[in-house]
Design a protein around this ligand. Structure first.
Ligand SMILES: [Zn+2]
Length: 470
């Protein structure tokens, strides 16, 4: 099926303009500016006369009955969102999420490509296990995909064999433990930063600082001086824990010439580690933040409790404001969701230490960000263009002729109430429950296939493995 997306307002590469887009063979075949657009018929194109006077090749192709016209008048057409940071939990944790269910939630939110993290069961720390994930995704994923290889103290041989054109990156838990993925041997870190053929995406929190704060909090709690509820989280996983680890990662990347992307920046203090005086394509050290650090601050723990417990912790309103400013200033390069589903019962325990960290968000990431930052061109930059530039993704992330037709249509006047009982994510709840959005995604195209249309999924096709121009 080919598509003619008619009279959309394109938001692309800093420009906003009315145009129609012809999608053919999975690619963006033609972008026709408003001044060049003739009047067209609705529905399947069977009225040849509507096209006869058009000389343009795109219109000649559009005469075929296999072309469906979508009237996008009044809607915004953006490149599909590239979410560089998700936890789809497959294999091993599929009671709370899997590649099929979460890729479905993704396309419902206009996300057309995702990059999934290695803290599954088993952890993705060998190339064989990594290949298994690509095989699962080829079978099940509605969106395009890539997977990170997890670094450990003893898998450097696997890291150096990783193909940078076929794998998005190496995930490094820098000073923070997740199973055996803690890399705490200095000689391993040095070799990793020196020899990794791929971008290193780092979770930066210092385990020593966190441990000391935990001991202290338990002691104070035993004396009745603090209560270990959700609000203690940023006092255990502190700014200092983040900064100590991220500054070390940045130092090492500078020293050994690594390509480092620091994930989920949550503090104002860490912003001093990043630059905005060089173009993104030339940066070797970059930064991501996530919607929840921009939407919530520590005052929300009272209302949301453990629902918004995540690592790193949500910090103060000053941090939140500084992060928002950093989006405009170019100190933050990308917004990834850190979509990390857990069952609600795994979250809402009555014990701080057993409540799991993380929550789902991919289905609403764009709408949440539009609520927080009412600047669609900026969000397209941070959520679509910049991940494509930063990861050097082959022909995605922009509305350009010849690129893969990964596209989303956004209605900016059809907000909805986020409700846990309308979640597509397998865990079936949302920390944003009760939030009224201003916008909604109505159509999502992945590789030229219309996979999501006004709440209906078309699930015949599967997404593609992302390729990288490195
Ligand atoms: Zn994560």
């Amino acid at each position: 099926m080919n598509y003619y997306i008619k009279n959309a307002t394109l938001v692309n590469e800093g420009q906003t303009f009315v145009a129609s887009v012809f999608v053919s063979d999975g690619k963006i075949a033609k972008i026709i500016r408003e001044s060049q657009v003739p009047e067209l018929v609705e529905g399947p194109v069977d009225n040849e006369s509507a096209f006869n006077y058009v000389e343009c090749e795109a219109f000649r192709q559009a005469q075929q009955p296999s072309t469906q016209v979508i009237d996008a008048t009044g809607k915004y057409l953006i490149p599909g969102i590239i979410d560089e940071h998700v936890h789809f939990r497959e294999p091993g944790l599929t009671h709370k999420a899997d590649i099929y269910t979460e890729s479905r939630a993704a396309v419902a939110g206009g996300v057309t490509s995702f990059m999934d993290m290695p803290n599954t069961v088993p952890q993705t720390t060998t190339l064989e296990l990594l290949q298994q994930k690509f095989d699962f995704a080829a079978e099940k994923s509605l969106a395009n995909y890539s997977f990170y290889l997890g670094a450990t103290n003893d898998n450097l041989a696997e890291v150096v064999k990783t193909d940078p054109q076929k794998v998005c990156g190496i995930k490094l838990f820098m000073g923070s433990s997740t199973g055996n993925m803690l890399v705490d041997k200095n000689e391993v870190l040095v070799r990793l930063f020196r020899e990794s053929p791929c971008l290193i995406a780092a979770h930066c929190e210092d385990e020593g600082v966190i441990h000391a704060n935990t001991v202290c909090s338990k002691d104070l709690a035993s004396k009745g001086e603090v209560i270990l509820d959700a609000s203690i989280h940023p006092f255990i996983r502190t700014t200092e824990a983040c900064y100590k680890s991220s500054s070390k990662a940045v130092d090492m990347a500078e020293k050994f010439g690594a390509r480092l992307h620091v994930l989920h920046i949550s503090t104002q203090k860490e912003l001093s580690l990043f630059r905005n005086d060089i173009p993104l394509k030339d940066k070797k050290i970059t930064a991501e933040t996530c919607p929840h650090y921009l939407c919530f601050d520590n005052r929300d723990f009272e209302r949301k409790g453990f629902a918004i417990k995540c690592n790193p912790a949500i910090k103060s309103h000053r941090d939140r404001e500084a992060l928002l400013q950093a989006l405009h200033d170019g100190l933050i390069d990308t917004i990834g969701t850190d979509h990390a589903p857990h069952l609600l019962e795994e979250k809402m325990t009555d014990d701080y230490f057993t409540s799991k960290s993380g929550f789902p968000s991919i289905q609403h990431s764009l709408d949440i960000m539009i609520n927080v930052v009412n600047d669609l061109p900026l969000l397209v930059q941070l959520m679509c263009h910049n991940p494509a530039i930063l990861y050097q993704i082959d022909r995605r992330g922009f509305i350009r002729e010849g690129y893969h037709a990964d596209l989303a249509l956004v209605d900016m006047s059809a907000g909805y109430l986020i409700s846990s009982n309308k979640e597509y994510s397998k865990c079936g709840w949302s920390p944003y429950d009760g939030l009224q959005t201003h916008s909604r995604v109505t159509h999502t195209f992945v590789n030229g296939n219309l996979v999501f249309e006004n709440g209906v999924f078309h699930e015949e096709e599967r997404g593609m493995r992302l390729c990288f121009d490195r």
